[in-house]
Design a protein. Structure first.
Length: 463
């Protein structure tokens, strides 16, 4: 029992973390770039090693930028390439009017991405430094959007949006989905004032801030982390408010997904290797929570293999969720949702909302009947008083889930209700463990629902 409560606590903390990050993402306004009058000198720094196959495409993207040429400088630092990367770069810049410099790290006695970026910044002249990777593809509005954001808000560091290039393989699409969640976490945490991640494929910071923070001093022993360690340095020096995420599609940089599982694992191992250098308490706590949650999910999977009952319950649970998601995405499902959200609009579209309401009540009663049957089968008996107060519990779970996740899609909406239910029962279990009387939970639940409703009402007024 103690193990189940501890696992519930871990999932509760994880749900709160995801809910907070989700709130941060949705509370962040989308930036609209429209300025054409710029005054900030920019230095784009690219560290490249054995990127002969992609460096030409990157340079073409840099030369297509709509940012004023007189304010732009491109610095490419070759990190001991052996495939002719530097030669390809010279060919790409030939005849260009953009100020550029091609540097070689081999003459400095150093190696690695951090050393290359540091060397590039030391030789840069721009006030704002923007970094990207040699295998990225850039929209022509990339630099102008970043600079417009900088000139409007003047942050010390800008976390730019990054996404995976479109892929036709299932493996590539799964990576894109996972990477999307990482970028959302980057944005949401930054909006909350606790930046947790950064991505060097689209990152900007003031050159003066880089130098004032001592560059990468203190973490040069770690091969990766030029982005995250720089973010933490700026946070320590200037505070979290000096770091902002830029939610802007015209500034989004595309990077290719890993082509094989071996390459994917090697990439993740590089990312993990820098975690030993973390000292920020927020990222340590968040990383530990995510690790424990995934470990518990793995344990539950193994447990389900050896316990047919656990596996059956899990399969029934996910089957019902998927069926509900599928139904709510059909035409009649969307009409059912709209009838609850805006009955007059649904009537205006020619639908009989009376029949829709009957359908909704029929479906809800069918689900209640199935739940009751499963409960009776699980406990071996049924009692008429077992359902007393369940409506309040359902409302509490619904409000908790929606308040944490602000769902915008059907899948997230149903998932939010499920997680809200889990959170509610974890709170109940903790209360019982603390010695509270079971009869006290009805009034406590009612008070919790009222408190959350007041909170949501106040927040909607502020928005």
């Amino acid at each position: 029992m103690t193990g189940i409560i501890l696992a519930g606590l871990v999932f509760l903390v994880y749900a709160l973390l995801i809910g907070a990050v989700t709130y941060g993402w949705y509370s962040m306004p989308t930036f609209r770039s429209s300025s054409e009058d710029f005054s900030t000198p920019v230095s784009v720094i690219v560290a490249a090693r054995n990127e002969a196959g992609t460096i030409g495409s990157l340079i073409a993207g840099l030369l297509r930028q709509d940012y004023p040429v007189n304010l732009l400088q491109v610095t490419l630092v070759d990190d001991h390439s052996g495939d002719g990367t530097l030669q390809q770069a010279r060919h790409g810049f030939s005849g260009s009017l953009v100020s550029h410099q091609l540097l070689e790290l081999s003459g400095t006695g150093k190696s690695g991405k951090k050393a290359a970026i540091d060397y590039g910044i030391q030789n840069a002249s721009g006030r704002l430094v923007i970094t990207t990777d040699a295998d990225c593809s850039l929209p022509k509005t990339w630099i102008s959007s970043m600079v417009h954001f900088y000139e409007q808000y003047h942050p010390k560091m800008i976390l730019g949006p990054v996404r995976f290039s479109p892929s036709n393989t299932l493996f590539g699409r799964l990576q894109a989905l996972e990477f999307m969640s990482l970028i959302a976490t980057t944005a949401g945490s930054a909006a909350l004032g606790i930046p947790l991640m950064a991505n060097g494929a689209n990152l900007a910071y003031e050159r003066e801030a880089f130098l004032d923070c001592g560059g990468f001093a203190g973490n040069s022993a770690y091969p990766s982390g030029d982005d995250v360690f720089m973010m933490f340095s700026i946070k320590r020096k200037y505070g979290a408010a000096a770091i902002r995420f830029m939610k802007c599609n015209p500034a989004a940089v595309n990077t290719p997904p890993s082509e094989s599982l071996r390459e994917f694992i090697a990439q993740r191992l590089r990312w993990v290797s820098k975690s030993r250098g973390y000292s920020d308490p927020f990222i340590i706590a968040a990383s530990f929570t995510v690790y424990l949650t995934n470990l518990l999910l793995l344990i539950a999977l193994v447990w389900g293999i050896f316990s047919a009952k656990v596996l059956l319950v899990a399969l029934i649970f996910y089957l019902f969720k998927l069926l509900i998601d599928f139904f709510l995405k059909t035409e009649i499902g969307l009409v059912l949702i709209s009838s609850g959200d805006n009955e007059k609009m649904t009537q205006g579209l020619g639908f009989n909302t009376g029949r829709i309401k009957i359908l909704g009540m029929g479906l809800s009663n069918a689900l209640i009947a199935v739940s009751g049957a499963l409960t009776a089968q699980q406990f071996g008996f049924a009692d008429i008083s077992m359902g007393i107060g369940i409506i309040i519990v359902g409302i509490a779970a619904l409000i908790l889930g929606e308040s944490l996740f602000h769902p915008k899609t059907t899948f997230v909406h149903t998932l939010a209700i499920i997680i809200g239910t889990i959170i509610y029962y974890v709170i109940v279990s903790l209360g019982l463990r603390m010695g509270l009387a079971p009869t006290d939970f009805k009034i406590a639940t009612a008070l919790m629902v009222i408190a959350v409703l007041i909170f949501r009402f106040k927040r909607s007024e502020n928005e």
